[in-house]
Design a protein around this ligand. Structure first.
Ligand SMILES: [Fe+2]
Length: 362
């Protein structure tokens, strides 16, 4: 230290706005400023003359100091810590460089220490807050997923239940129709064909999928009123009297009466009442004409005649599909809605009805 006037070095170290010390090549602390001593929480000058590494307890820390001193001529900067007397490790940025490039200044190293406790605390707090937010996000996400899963399960249950109710309704409709038909001719096969024909025709005419389905299941019930017609009239061989014909006609209004007021049966009630109305107004029970006749009833009017003709009866053999279709064409504008006849014939000519006709003819 002969070349360094102690006062000027001390003045230099004290002038720095951070902790600072002067060290020789062996790592001996020659001077330490007051700021450094207060960071260490130690009395002034108490470390003067000590090897820097000896103020650290941890062997790893000591090793780092020795490595640093071995590279004495290099300037270095990095995060480290100072061991305070109260046991705290004070986080610092340590910068170290030789005092000069040539001897004797190059035999001394100035080490400065900037306390970064506040930054470290802020950093730790930020990390903690981020962790809290991340945990919170995870919780919210988990809850959202749980809710989504629950909703899906609920929707699935509702779908299953709706399908159950729908199937039960369809069963009830068919049972009711079969119960009424059983007294008449065949056992439900006729009404199922009427359902299929009606659906095909409604689809051909451009009705929506839901309407097609509703027209179809409602058509099944078109003759349900026949269950209140006495066998003596319904199964009478030979000609009917005028009075008996009126009794037969009453199966339309009887069917409407039998069916529930519920929305689900609304179309079925319309069909039951009006499936014997003619396009030209000559039908029964109300003598309605053209578009006053409910749409579904206009379709059932047509397919009911076609199925009756193409099915065998005790009093007649089954007609050929072509002959039956001829009757439909001849009824265009008198018995049947012209547009329905056109659509029906289009289905017929395409062979779309062949499967059902084959079923009717056994
Ligand atoms: Fe009928």
């Amino acid at each position: 230290m002969d070349a360094l006037p102690p006062q000027s070095v001390e003045a230099l170290l004290e002038a720095l706005n951070c902790g600072a010390m002067l060290m020789d090549r062996r790592g001996t602390i020659l001077r330490a400023n007051q700021r450094l001593m207060s960071m260490l929480n130690m009395p002034d000058r108490c470390i003067t003359g000590m090897m820097l590494e000896t103020i650290y307890d941890d062997e790893e820390d000591r090793k780092r100091i020795r490595e640093r001193i071995a590279q004495f001529t290099e300037a270095r900067e990095g995060e480290f810590h100072l061991p305070a007397a109260d046991g705290r490790a004070v986080p610092v940025i340590l910068s170290s460089r030789p005092l000069g490039a040539a001897a004797p200044l190059s035999d001394y190293m100035v080490v400065t220490a900037i306390d970064i406790s506040k930054q470290k605390r802020a950093e730790a707090q930020l990390a903690e807050e981020n962790k809290t937010i991340a945990n919170l996000s995870d919780t919210v996400l988990e809850q959202a997923l749980d809710l989504k899963h629950y909703n899906e399960q609920l929707e699935q249950k509702v779908r299953a239940r709706t399908e159950e109710i729908r199937a039960a309704n369809m069963d009830a409709i068919l049972m009711l129709a079969v119960a009424s038909e059983a007294r008449d001719e065949d056992t439900g096969a006729h009404v199922k064909r009427i359902q299929t024909y009606t659906e095909l025709l409604a689809r051909e005419l451009g009705f929506s999928g839901l309407e097609v389905e509703r027209f179809g299941y409602s058509a099944i019930l078109h003759d349900v009123g026949k269950m209140v017609i006495p066998d003596s009239v319904l199964k009478k061989p030979g000609a009917l009297t005028a009075e008996e014909r009126e009794v037969i006609k009453s199966h339309t209004t009887a069917g409407e009466r039998i069916l529930s007021d519920a929305d689900f049966y609304k179309t079925a009630r319309l069909i039951a009442r009006s499936h014997h109305e003619n396009w030209d107004g000559t039908g029964y029970p109300d003598g309605l004409g053209e578009f006053d006749i409910p749409a579904a009833a206009r379709l059932v009017r047509l397919v009911d005649v076609f199925d009756a003709l193409t099915s065998p009866r005790v009093y007649k053999p089954a007609w050929s599909p072509r002959d039956a279709a001829q009757v439909i064409v001849e009824g265009k504008g008198t018995l049947f809605e012209p547009e329905a006849v056109r659509a029906f014939m289009s289905l017929f000519e395409r062979g779309a009805l062949d499967g059902q006709v084959a079923l009717a003819q056994g």
